[in-house]
Write a protein that binds this ligand. Structure first.
Ligand SMILES: Cc1cc2nc3c(=O)[nH]c(=O)nc-3n(C[C@H](O)[C@H](O)[C@H](O)COP(=O)(O)OP(=O)(O)OC[C@H]3O[C@@H](n4cnc5c(N)ncnc54)[C@H](O)[C@@H]3O)c2cc1C
Length: 431
């Protein structure tokens, strides 16, 4: 069979699914995308927030997002990428401190000077680590305690882990936290943090990719969840959706791995295989967004260490990107089985609003214009030690690939990484 005649299905129309489709079309293929949602974009998808088209979940870019920049250039969107110097804050013990610069850390007198110096040395060390293999074997908590001491760890990091990973906190690998610190640390020019955003938001990117791949013959099926994947004896699989059952020579799934496990199970695949997918832990996110008349702080990102609120931090996207009003995200990360996650959106909106009023006592109810809460079940994989060894095979059956954000560990989930992974995968499949 000629390679251009291959029937290829891509499951999932998030950044990775779109990146794979884009790379395949560059090589002359015409894949078919199946997306469960009624819009493309996955975690980057936008919604109508009372007249404002904006991401359900905050998104920003770093200076080291080279693959993201490369694709923007290729698809003619580079002129929409803007950079801005941003500030960080730390809300600690009912007071807002500056954070994220050498000066701010040195002035933070809630911890001994020696701990502050150790904190800065650790941040600097993160920028020089090239080989992370040793960090894959130890937990982030062990590693941070070694650098900062027990008390330093508890004051500076503990709440961030607890309110993101709950009972998984002690499992997270040092390699994962290192890659996050490293990414942000590299997004600095002259020691000043510089972050990027796309004018028009992620929608601009998703729409352009969708247009390009559609023009090159990619068929995009929205609102079409894949219900069954039945591997064929030779290669590829039969895919079942509400549109029926169709044969493909190559199937590339980009949906969260635990969901692949569920689909495999419904398709009658051996439990020895499905369990490798279903055992992977993930943390969900209930992300509240506010439109307000006043800003909360001058920061883009404010870390929070407060007993009253299980919120690791807030993101004031309007201190990065201009809008007509002030826009703030307040994420609640927690396992989807947590009893609080089962509560209604109103619970998270009220709690988040109380938290913002605590951070900025000048804020009052008349400053609130609109609020909304978006949820995602598979918002953050729990990347534990020796993580790569715990992942299922990338190709569990001949011609069936199951990949997601887990596969670029220790890098954290990100558009840049999903794009880069997509390009590499297609290059490996069709050199
Ligand atoms: C709160 C939050 C903040 C973030 N901030 C940033 C940031 O600042 N910068 C950054 O670069 N990244 C950020 N990310 C991460 C970024 O959004 C993800 O890395 C990226 O979206 C991953 O793309 P993906 O295609 O791999 O997965 P996803 O975006 O999860 O896409 C998977 C797609 O599969 C679809 N799907 C699921 N089941 C099925 C099925 N059965 N059949 C068909 N389709 C199905 C889903 O609907 C979804 O569209 C953030 C994510 C979250 C949750």
């Amino acid at each position: 069979m000629k390679k251009k005649q291959k029937e290829i299905a891509i499951i999932g129309g998030g950044p990775m699914g779109l990146a794979i489709a884009y790379q395949l079309t560059l090589k002359g293929f015409k894949p078919v995308i199946y997306e469960a949602d009624n819009r493309l974009g996955g975690m980057t998808a936008c919604f109508n927030f009372e007249g404002l088209d904006i991401e359900r979940f905050y998104h920003f870019h770093c200076l080291s997002d080279f693959e993201f920049i490369k694709i923007l250039k290729e698809i003619g969107l580079m002129k929409y990428l803007k950079w801005k110097e941003t500030k960080m804050g730390f809300y600690y013990d009912k007071k807002l401190y500056k954070w994220g610069s050498i000066d701010a850390v040195i002035r933070f007198d809630k911890i001994p000077l020696l701990t502050r110096i150790r904190y800065l040395c650790h941040a600097a060390r993160c920028l020089t680590i090239r080989n992370w293999n040793h960090l894959d074997k130890i937990t982030a908590v062990e590693w941070l305690k070694k650098w900062l001491g027990k008390s330093g760890y508890y004051k500076l990091w503990h709440k961030l882990f607890e309110y993101k990973f709950y009972h998984f906190s002690n499992e997270i690998s040092a390699a994962w936290i290192w890659s996050r610190i490293n990414r942000l640390g590299k997004s600095r020019k002259n020691l000043k943090e510089k972050l990027g955003y796309l004018e028009g938001g992620s929608k601009q990117l998703i729409n352009r990719l969708a247009k390009i791949i559609s023009e090159k013959g990619t068929l995009i099926n929205l609102s079409t969840p894949v219900l069954g994947i039945n591997p064929r004896k030779d290669s590829g699989a039969n895919i079942t959706t509400s549109l029926g059952c169709k044969e493909y020579d190559l199937v590339i799934s980009t949906i969260p791995l635990p969901l692949v496990g569920e689909i495999f199970r419904h398709s009658g695949i051996d439990q020895k295989i499905t369990s490798k997918y279903e055992c992977l832990d993930c943390v969900a996110c209930a992300c509240v967004i506010f439109k307000t008349r006043k800003k909360i702080t001058d920061n883009f990102w404010t870390n929070i260490n407060d007993k009253q609120f299980n919120i690791p931090g807030i993101v004031e996207i309007s201190n990065l990107r201009e809008f007509n009003h002030h826009i703030t995200y307040v994420p609640f990360y927690m396992p989807e089985t947590h009893e609080e996650y089962l509560l209604e959106n109103k619970h998270f909106i009220n709690k988040a609003w109380d938290c913002l009023k605590l951070i900025n006592p000048d804020l009052n109810d008349s400053d609130l214009i609109a609020s909304h809460c978006s949820r995602y079940r598979f918002a953050q994989p729990v990347c534990s030690t020796n993580y790569q060894k715990k992942l299922p095979p990338k190709q569990p059956f001949k011609g069936v690939y199951t990949v997601d954000t887990n596969f670029y560990y220790p890098e954290d989930r990100g558009i840049n990484e999903s794009f880069s992974f997509g390009r590499n995968l297609v290059d490996q499949l069709f050199p």
